[in-house]
Design a protein around this ligand. Structure first.
Ligand SMILES: [Zn+2]
Length: 315
């Protein structure tokens, strides 16, 4: 019975469409000498066909290449590829107390992704402790290829710095030599990092890194502190510093892309309520929150991070 109604409806639509076309055709014939009418009919027909093609795309929810889009992502046209450096058998740099660069890169990248999720489509080159290739070169190429294949609008690689001299200190962000968009992205992120943290600003630099060279979109690689410096290793280990760094990188990305991040609840200047003061201070001291915006709303994903860091989630 359902099929009957569907067929009837299709027939009705087709009849209406052919009637409309016939009416337009007849009016064109009647007014064939009237060029204005012919021109306006052609313009109208073109506008309608473009409109129908556009509506078809929305209904079908497919990309031009035919692959399907998550319907909730339709408005999130901006694509951000975040790249937590290293992973798996490649730990990256190792701090004096054994802190692994790959772990900090991943924690910060995941937080950046969570912050940007409401305003952009965000992907990570890896979201677990894994390598993307059999060797370092294959791994780096796989990261760039993933961004290129997805058609990312920007690419941001997150690393911790390292030097033989343990007093080397500060933050810096690289872009590929000659890439003006890359320079703009690097500057948007680095200026905000420099303003947000007390570490020395080593500035924006050019670098011939594989992930910057092999990516097709504006790309940068940010070094969020020296893991080889004992004081900076301790900072990098702190969830407060990680959260601050993630928020700052997300701010820089949003600014570069012209995106407006949702206001975080009551705002960073809100005061803690007297009844919550003791617990709030304990939570801040334990590194669960960064000490700002005590009355801000907690999203489900932020709650998951808090529960996870408390060890309350059984794998
Ligand atoms: Zn690294």
């Amino acid at each position: 019975m359902k099929e009957f109604w569907r067929d009837a409806l299709t027939l009705a639509i087709k009849t209406a469409a052919s009637t409309a076309i016939a009416v337009i055709g007849v009016s064109v014939l009647i007014h064939i000498v009237n060029w204005d009418l012919i021109v306006s009919t052609v313009v109208l027909a073109t506008v309608f066909s473009l409109l129908i093609a556009f509506v078809d795309r929305i209904i079908a929810c497919t990309e031009p290449d035919g692959s399907s889009i998550d319907k909730h992502q339709i408005n999130k046209v901006v694509r951000v590829m975040l790249d937590p450096g290293h992973g798996g058998s490649d730990p990256g740099a190792v701090g004096p107390t054994g802190l692994l660069e790959k772990d900090i890169n991943l924690l910060v990248a995941k937080s950046v992704a969570a912050i940007l999720a409401p305003v952009a489509a965000v992907k990570l080159t890896r979201d677990t402790d894994m390598a993307l290739g059999a060797n370092v070169n294959a791994d780096l190429t796989a990261r760039a290829n993933a961004a290129n294949a997805w058609g990312a609008d920007i690419y941001v690689s997150i690393h911790c710095n390292s030097a033989a001299n343990s007093s080397a200190t500060g933050t810096e962000t690289f872009y590929y030599t000659g890439s003006t968009p890359g320079a703009g992205l690097a500057k948007a992120i680095q200026t905000r990092i420099a303003a947000a943290v007390s570490l020395p600003d080593r500035g924006v630099k050019t670098g011939n890194f594989a992930v910057l060279r092999q990516t097709n979109m504006p790309a940068c690689l940010t070094e969020i502190g020296f893991i080889s410096n004992p004081a900076e290793e301790a900072m990098l280990k702190s969830p407060v510093f990680q959260a601050l760094m993630a928020g700052t990188i997300a701010d820089g990305i949003a600014a570069y892309l012209g995106l407006k991040l949702p206001a975080p609840g009551a705002g960073p200047d809100s005061a803690v309520s007297p009844w919550a003061k003791e617990s709030w201070e304990k939570a801040v001291a334990a590194g669960l929150f960064d000490g700002t915006n005590p009355q801000g709303a907690l999203s489900r994903e932020q709650a998951a991070i808090v529960f996870d860091r408390l060890g309350l989630i059984k794998a």
